[in-house]
Ligand binder design. Structure first.
Ligand code: NDP
Length: 240
């Protein structure tokens, strides 16, 4: 039977590409999203992938929805923690809410999803968790103390949980994307984006499919010997 995979933030951007690639690879995919119902409906109509709306930063909502998905679709063997937001600003302008919201969703979302799905994977002796970090969690970024801290936290979270999952057949890995052509990057002012692209050795933004391909490897049967690893997919911008 096909493994059930949940992709958080799986209805657009990088998450949409991940959902489609896992579906193509034979997984039974379920996408989560936060609030963009129109996009989620168009995505589900086009792909046949069901989309469940909840905030991954909400602990109880995450537990409830993952339990519901287990009942309605099947036990969850694969989690891709992709949902993420930005609330950029230099420290002196950043509010506590801006800090907290990014930590709550980007990092807290990984904890909440693991609390909901890791115990079942452990019991069944097979599982795959992939967390989407960021180049800015590895290298830092001006105006992003919240985002860089949360993404850096994801890389530590990955290595710690990988140690707990290893003897139960559960791998936990991360991908650190560079700048990828999605709505998130479209929000960066054009002059800033031009300067960013100039620093990418391959000379362009990445495509969402190029991240999805990395996820597909981590969740495959052949990926079972890789755990606690971070794959940088960034056009050579940061060689870690
Ligand atoms: P987008 O902004 O294009 O899409 C974000 C997705 O996450 C949407 O599906 C959104 O749902 C969902 N989402 C946001 N908040 C929540 C929440 N609280 N609960 C559930 N779902 C939520 O992002 P990208 O595709 O660009 O980025 C995907 C991931 O990759 C993020 O973690 C991001 O930090 C990371 N990343 C992106 C890079 C880039 O260059 N784009 C670079 C490095 C990392 P809805 O549609 O309902 O709003």
């Amino acid at each position: 039977m096909a493994h059930v995979a949940i992709v958080t933030g799986g209805t657009r951007g990088i998450g949409e590409a991940i959902s489609l690639m896992l579906q193509r690879d034979g997984f039974t995919v379920v996408a989560n999203y936060a609030g963009n119902d129109a996009k989620a409906k168009a995505f589900s109509d086009k792909t046949g992938i069901p989309a469940y709306r909840w905030d991954v930063g909400d602990h109880q909502a995450t537990l409830d929805n993952c339990a519901r998905i287990s009942e309605e679709v099947g036990p969850v063997d694969v989690v891709v923690n992709n949902a993420g937001i930005t609330r950029d600003g230099t420290l002196h302008k950043m509010s506590f809410d801006d800090w907290n919201e990014v930590m709550r969703i980007n990092l807290g979302g990984c904890f909440n999803m693991a609390k909901a799905c890791f115990p079942g994977m452990r019991e069944r002796g097979w599982g795959r968790i992939v967390n989407i970090g960021s180049i800015n969690g590895q290298a830092g970024q001006y105006g992003q103390v919240n985002y860089a801290a949360a993404k850096s936290g994801i890389h530590g979270f990955t290595k710690a949980l990988a140690q707990e999952g290893a003897k139960f057949g559960v791998t936990v890995n991360a991908i650190a994307p560079g700048y990828i052509d999605t709505d998130m990057v479209a929000a960066v002012p054009p002059p800033v984006l031009e300067k960013i692209v100039a620093k990418i050795p391959v000379g362009r933004l990445g495509h969402a499919n190029e991240i999805a391909r990395g996820v597909a490897f981590f969740v495959s049967e052949d990926g079972g010997f890789v755990t606690g690893s971070t794959l940088s997919i960034n056009g050579g911008q940061h060689m870690y």
